[in-house]
Design a binder for this molecule. Structure first.
Ligand code: B16
Ligand code: MG
Length: 219
């Protein structure tokens, strides 16, 4: 039953805001400086994967020593921090605010679970930090998606079961992580998210009521 859903857990990048593009531009800047070719589909390869895994995908089979890897990740993050410094609430993706407002009216809790170590900073810039009942990110939970840890910690913090929670994800690693934890999953975007329980291109015009009914129909 839809009434059994007690929490919504949102991925950040690609769900609440489109920082995918800013991660991409930061890696491109680094790649240009150090002379690395950009793999085809690199933008989508970055979705939901950790900083370390993003570098691995950029290296595309090449290897660098640990000192170089650390320096490149640090530089990429510096460029990313410069981009996100300009984020404002206008960067919140369509549909999110209405869903958060409706969750509040219904007494449904809200959390963010992100593979980004910058998640709290981004949420502050978007004006959403104080609207969340829990926030988990890889600065505190080191095992990124596709491991379920980020979602499990958020549910524990909220005091809800995974089966009482709906996760919103735009990346296959994120869908895999949420499914591994036993959560209901709404997949967003045009990537192959066939393992999500419910799918939408994005949340524009999608009400929480519609989402809860779609989940209830599967129970
Ligand atoms: P950082 P999410 C992920 O965030 C991004 O999708 C991914 O592109 C990024 O590499 C990862 O966070 C790590 O970010 O370098 O800031 O720690 O989708 O899980 O909210
Ligand atoms: Mg994402």
């Amino acid at each position: 039953m839809a009434e059994d859903i007690r929490a919504l857990i949102f991925d950040l990048d690609g769900v609440i805001t489109d920082t995918v593009e800013l991660h991409y531009r930061s890696w491109i800047q680094l790649a240009g400086e150090v002379g690395l070719p950009i793999p085809a589909d690199f933008r989508d390869m970055l979705r939901g994967v950790s900083r370390r895994e993003s570098l691995k995908r950029l290296l595309n089979g090449h290897t660098v020593d640990e000192e170089t890897a650390q320096e490149w990740m640090r530089r990429k993050n510096m460029y990313y921090l410069a981009f996100i410094a300009f984020l404002t609430p206008e960067a919140i993706l369509p549909g999110i605010m209405a869903i958060l407002d409706d969750a509040d009216r219904r007494g449904i809790k809200k959390a963010v679970a992100s593979s980004s170590m910058n998640a709290k900073f981004v949420l502050r810039k978007l004006g959403l930090f104080d609207r969340m009942d829990a926030i988990s990110d890889t600065s505190m939970i080191p095992r990124a998606k596709p491991e379920p840890d980020l979602f499990m910690w958020a549910a524990g913090r909220l005091g809800v079961l995974p089966s009482e929670s709906v996760v919103f994800e735009d990346a296959s690693d994120g869908v895999q992580a949420a499914r591994a934890g036993g959560f209901w999953v709404v997949g967003l975007g045009d990537l192959a998210l066939e393992k999500a329980h419910v799918r939408y291109p994005d949340l524009s015009g999608i009400s929480l009521d519609e989402i809860l009914k779609a989940v209830a129909a599967l129970q």
